[in-house]
Design a protein around this ligand. Sequence first.
Ligand SMILES: [Zn+2]
Length: 429
Amino acid sequence: MSIILLLQNGRIIDPANSLDQDGDVLIADGCIQQIAAPGSLTCPDNGKSVNLKGKWLVPGLIDMHVHLREPGEEYKETVASGTKAAAAGGFTAVACMPNTSPVNDNQSVTSFILAKAKEAGSARVYPVGAISNNSEGTILSEFGELKNAGVVALSDDGRPVANSQLMRRALEYSGSHGLLVISHAEEMSLSENGVMNESNLSTRLGLRGIPRVAEEIMIYRDLALAEYVNRPIHIAHISTRESVDLIRRAKAKGCQVTAETTPHYFSLTEEAVGKYDTRAKMNPPLRTADDMTAIREGLQDGTIDAIATDHAPHSAMEKEVEFDRAANGIIGLETSVPLTLALVRENILTPTRMIELLSVSPAHILGVPGGSLSEGEVADVTIVDPEKSFVYSLDKVVSKNSNSPFLDWEMTGKAVMTIMGGEITFSEM
Ligand SMILES: [Zn+2]
């Protein structure tokens, strides 16, 4: 039986309904029953009330880009452990990329992931299907089959669709199935064998660089293709100034483009690689201070639509090795809220803009439920304490692995309660 929950005196931030004011929210039968002025609702005898003084009550956060590693790499993460980390980070839903083993290019893998998610019950999981068979970039996967099985978008994430003709066809055929194409933008002939941003620093460290144009050229190609066939496209994890500019110009022309970035691109620069720290190794790589500034501007002015984590767990075995050999990627679900709140404190984002980036836009882009707090809607709700200080220490990590450059950082602000469909999936209150 689902609980009755009265959330009192919270700061309700609900951009979809242009709301930012204090109030009470009553949740019962898995739905938002009533939103009212602070102190105006009384808790039913069989209900539980929670005082939210000083805390934010926002629509459940949605991370549109994570790697849950199941099936096939359960030692890195499982659907259960990944969604538990999601709940701990304030997320009620995640979209998981198809680069599992086997690749999610058919209905049996999609169904398996959805069954695991239902069993775990910690967060909604929206699988992303592969664009091509085994994400090999040669033959398109069966979009209709994937759609029927429940995928919400298509991507060969982890690698680009190198063949332009295949990408064109993917954009065209995805339309008849109402599926969005998500581009992992990378020109492999330029990035090949690179392990960090190509710069003076990479030269100094003696590491092979990935030039920024490896990302930008592919964004340019994908924008051109999407415009040519008049189809929407979403660009994943953008990291450079020119990438932001390309998307800004495409939007100004009226192209149907959306884009995401990750907390590490607005919180860190290539300097984090420092003494060959493999926790700062990811693809695309961390860039320069100027790129970081441009990413922040893009988040502020609406060029970048969403913040996603690209949560990419790896075991110590894959990370605690020479920089050249270390796997790409970091975990991110548990640090997204505090890192984004840092931009709010710096007056780069308003609280409303932050919730747009972390909830409203991801729901809208993927065409999934959520992103608003209207009465009668399913109660996916996140409670954020913007002032709570904590150290993201090893013992606090919920994800199965701890490959994070933010480990042992002192952070301010975090999700303190996560509610999915009226059930509490995480609470520190
Ligand atoms: Zn990617």
